[in-house]
Write a protein that binds this ligand. Structure first.
Ligand SMILES: Cc1cc2nc3c(=O)[nH]c(=O)nc-3n(C[C@H](O)[C@H](O)[C@H](O)COP(=O)(O)O)c2cc1C
Length: 208
């Protein structure tokens, strides 16, 4: 499986947290313009990046009992990211890298699996937040299910705020056919929770 090291350029700090919070808004109208590898890198780092080797590899989002049930996968549209082939990738937090797991642009299929939400065809990339609930229920029994969903909310808000910081748009997509999305992303033990298409907003004044 091809492994790709992501650039460690998650250091853009143009906005204060309060400014980013004030600008957060759902984007459903994407420009066809490609995004940079460094931007994709920052988006994935914001979602599940490792920020300390101490404390069980502490990540940008909290995790109940450090059980880390969440995985990020990313579908890259043809010409969606500079210097990255279209296809499917899994984010590997520990390496801050990508593992290539598919070679096809599935943007149109994702849109169809989301009950034809059109904007998913045009985003540069679509991030899938998927979970292995067992990692958490092993420690917390049934209550662990709830913890997984709480954790995914933190991850999604991180990605949304990082998108604002980078001048990119995103939206949480929860309306989709679970089986169809699992099939498209080749999930076996993971369960799809949400999708986040990311790209430049079509309207240049989106964040002004
Ligand atoms: C759990 C969840 C699921 C959502 N699913 C969708 C969706 O499938 N499609 C969509 O266009 N927006 C979806 N949204 C985005 C909401 O519609 C949006 O946040 C809401 O309209 C408020 O707008 P704002 O985010 O711009 O403040 C979802 C939001 C959440 C929190």
């Amino acid at each position: 499986m091809e492994k790709i090291k992501l650039p460690g350029s998650h250091l853009s700090e143009k906005l204060s947290l309060n400014e980013a919070l004030k600008k957060r808004i759902s984007c459903r109208n994407f420009s066809p313009k490609s995004i940079l590898m460094s931007q994709l890198s920052s988006i994935l780092w914001a979602g599940q990046g490792v920020i300390s080797q101490k404390y069980d590899q502490r990540r940008t989002a909290p995790s109940a009992g450090s059980t880390f049930p969440l995985e990020l996968m990313v579908a890259v549209r043809k010409e969606g990211v500079d210097e990255l082939e279209a296809g499917l990738y899994q984010y590997v937090s520990a390496d801050h890298g990508l593992k290539r797991i598919g070679e096809t642009d599935i943007a149109r299929d994702i849109s169809a699996a989301c009950f034809n939400q059109e904007f998913l065809k045009h985003a540069a990339v679509t991030v899938l937040i998927a979970s292995n609930n067992e990692r958490t229920t092993r420690m917390y029994a049934e209550r662990g299910e709830r913890y997984v969903y709480m954790e995914s909310g933190a991850v999604m808000q991180n990605i949304a705020l990082e998108s604002v910081e980078l001048g990119l748009g995103t939206v949480i997509v929860g309306a989709f056919d679970d089986e169809a999305i699992a099939g498209l992303f080749g999930l076996e033990t993971l369960r799809p929770l949400a999708l986040m298409p990311v790209g430049y907003p079509k309207d240049k004044a989106f964040y002004v």
